[in-house]
Design a protein around this ligand. Structure first.
Ligand SMILES: [Zn+2]
Ligand SMILES: [Zn+2]
Length: 295
């Protein structure tokens, strides 16, 4: 991994790509690295908040966003939601964070103990007062939401809740373009790697499934298919430095079917034809796993 060489922008886009592929742990690591590299970047904190499984860390990350920008609508909405899930004491602390006047100094980090609750009669100044922002596309529409990538104010019509928080349409389009970063040679590598993986592993798995007969063969194929598919997808993705291509899944599937056919032909020559049903079940499950991971 040469993530050190990535720019912060690239790291954040990779993290967003991981998140949208459902690779939560990878996304969490990448966002964490981004917050370490640039602690003043609210996009990194929002991504970490969305990808971490820890409620405590989610809360700390959203509070960090409010330190950077007290008007961040997404963090405010998320904290309000967290307050309903937290125990009463924590919920109170979260509400105090939300009601804190903008002018107040940087708050303590989350988890540093109970905050003074003696501010009864304290005049709560709603954070949004004073700063009325308008959607960049609809100058007449007031909004508190901001795109968490470019920071521009956008109304609900112009924003989409993605896996990594609220994003404007321009940023989503841009991110999709950087999402598919494969080069043309990557397709050749994917085809070759997939073909040989299948040509070598195909006859071995075919012979293995053949040992167990039809009934147990199918049961084993059901368990083995997704597992082997997952391993194969990892090997194929690593072979191209984890770059992603729009057609990578289909190229891999076609190459694997060709590889399995050649491997099976070799098996037939040596008098070991595979069982078509167990092999079919196995192939269907492993190929759908591979296709899904190579989107
Ligand atoms: Zn944007
Ligand atoms: Zn708008």
């Amino acid at each position: 991994m040469d993530e050190q060489a990535l720019s912060l922008r690239e790291l954040l886009d990779q993290a967003a790509a991981s998140a949208s592929l459902g690779e939560r742990e990878e996304a969490e690591q990448q966002y964490r690295r981004a917050t370490e590299r640039s602690p003043g970047n609210s996009e990194a904190w929002l991504g970490l908040a969305a990808s971490t499984p820890s409620l405590e860390e989610k809360r700390a990350a959203y509070e960090q966003v409010l330190v950077i920008n007290p008007n961040n609508g997404e963090a405010r909405v998320a904290l309000q939601r967290l307050a309903t899930q937290a125990d009463p004491e924590q919920a109170q602390a979260i509400r105090e964070t939300l009601n804190r006047p903008v002018s107040q100094d940087v708050p303590r980090p989350a988890g540093s103990g109970a905050r003074s609750s003696s501010n009864d009669g304290h005049e709560h100044v709603p954070v949004d007062t004073g700063e009325v922002t308008y959607c960049v596309n609809h100058p007449d529409t007031e909004t508190t939401l901001r795109c968490n990538r470019c920071g521009r104010p956008v109304c609900l019509k112009c924003v989409k809740l993605t896996d990594v928080g609220y994003r404007c349409k321009d940023c989503i389009r841009e991110q999709q373009n950087s999402f598919f970063n494969a080069e043309n040679t990557d397709y050749i590598i994917v085809a070759v790697v997939s073909f040989f993986l299948a040509a070598i592993a195909g006859p071995i798995i075919g012979a293995l499934l053949g040992i167990f007969g039809l009934f147990f063969g199918i049961i084993i194929a059901v368990f083995l298919g997704p597992a082997v598919g997952g391993i194969a997808a990892t090997i194929i993705r690593r072979s191209v430095g984890r770059r992603r291509g729009r057609y990578m899944g289909i190229v891999a599937v076609v190459a694997i079917i060709l590889g399995v056919a050649v491997g099976a032909f070799g098996g037939i020559l040596f008098g070991r034809p595979p069982n078509l049903i167990t092999m079919g079940v196995f192939l269907f499950l492993s190929l759908s796993t591979i296709y899904a991971s190579l989107r």
